[in-house]
Ligand binder design. Structure first.
Ligand code: NI
Length: 274
């Protein structure tokens, strides 16, 4: 590296060449990004978000994820799995599509999977069945899981304890639970995904997140949903991860660079990225 370049780095405290973030959860393949997906990715890179992990929704989105991650190798990473809000009485067919996809690609995780009791409780039993089956698939495939746990954290912990598949690891994404629930999650070796909700004034998450070991925290946008303050209400995108990192740095009393280093390391570690 030329000397003047080094000088430039030290002279400018905002110089962020070596800072790297990973958006551990973005639905960048959805139609909300059809008109400007490439620009969204380059804006993310300009804001030091150098990698974006893509959780699947159902059989209808697997091809879009494979296509996008194929176009951006080393930047966009594919997952496969059946999202709980896509589980209905015919979930077996959907699950079959997920299983079939496993041989077609190098997926980094099974996700997102879980239980959602917020939108609709009609298919709770089916959601539970799909979740049980998918955590066992993950262990067989030696992949981590990305868990959606909206109003269902206790139910999910109960299922994990009941199945107790050896070597299961993963993240509870978009965590909005209590300190007690966070403790149970971390005790079981799982990570906690934090995103835009943490920046909302009345989320009450500050005090909960403050007590979670940062070595167990991942950053995520969940874009296009849940844009952080000051972008709240807008379409979310990976470049906004910076606002989430700022908030976490503030809660933890760390620099943004430290938050970048630790959360990126956590993410690489969980998803076995190079
Ligand atoms: Ni999601």
């Amino acid at each position: 590296m030329p000397l003047f370049f080094l000088f430039h780095m030290f002279a400018n405290p905002n110089y962020s060449l070596q800072m790297e973030f990973i958006d551990s959860h973005t639905h960048l393949y959805l139609p909300q990004f059809d008109n400007d997906r490439d620009e969204v990715i380059s804006r993310a890179m300009d804001n030091n978000v150098s990698r974006m992990l893509l959780p699947n929704i159902d059989a209808g989105t697997i091809d879009d994820i494979i296509k996008l991650s194929g176009k951006y190798p080393g930047i966009c990473y594919p997952m496969t799995g059946l999202h709980p809000t896509s589980v209905n009485s015919e979930f077996e067919d959907q699950l079959q599509a997920v299983k079939d996809s496993l041989s077609q690609n190098n997926f980094i995780a099974i996700g997102e999977i879980g239980i959602d009791l917020y939108w609709d409780k009609t298919f709770f039993r089916e959601q539970e069945k799909a979740f049980r089956e998918q955590i066992n698939i993950a262990v067989r495939e030696d992949l981590p899981v990305v868990i959606h746990s909206r109003e269902s954290i206790d139910a999910i912990i109960e299922i994990i304890d009941d199945e107790n598949p050896e070597g299961l690891k993963g993240v509870f994404h978009s965590f909005t639970g209590t300190a007690e629930q966070a403790k149970k999650i971390v005790e079981r070796g799982f990570y906690i995904g934090t995103g835009g909700i943490m920046t909302f004034k009345n989320s009450g998450l500050d005090s909960v997140i403050k007590d979670i070991d940062i070595e167990k925290i991942l950053l995520e946008t969940d874009s296009p949903y849940l844009a952080p303050v000051p972008k709240r209400g807008k379409r979310n995108e990976s470049s906004y991860l910076r606002h989430i990192a700022d908030k976490l740095a503030n809660i933890k009393g760390l620099t943004v660079k430290e938050v970048a280093e630790i959360t990126t390391y956590n993410c690489i570690n969980l998803f076995n990225l190079e």
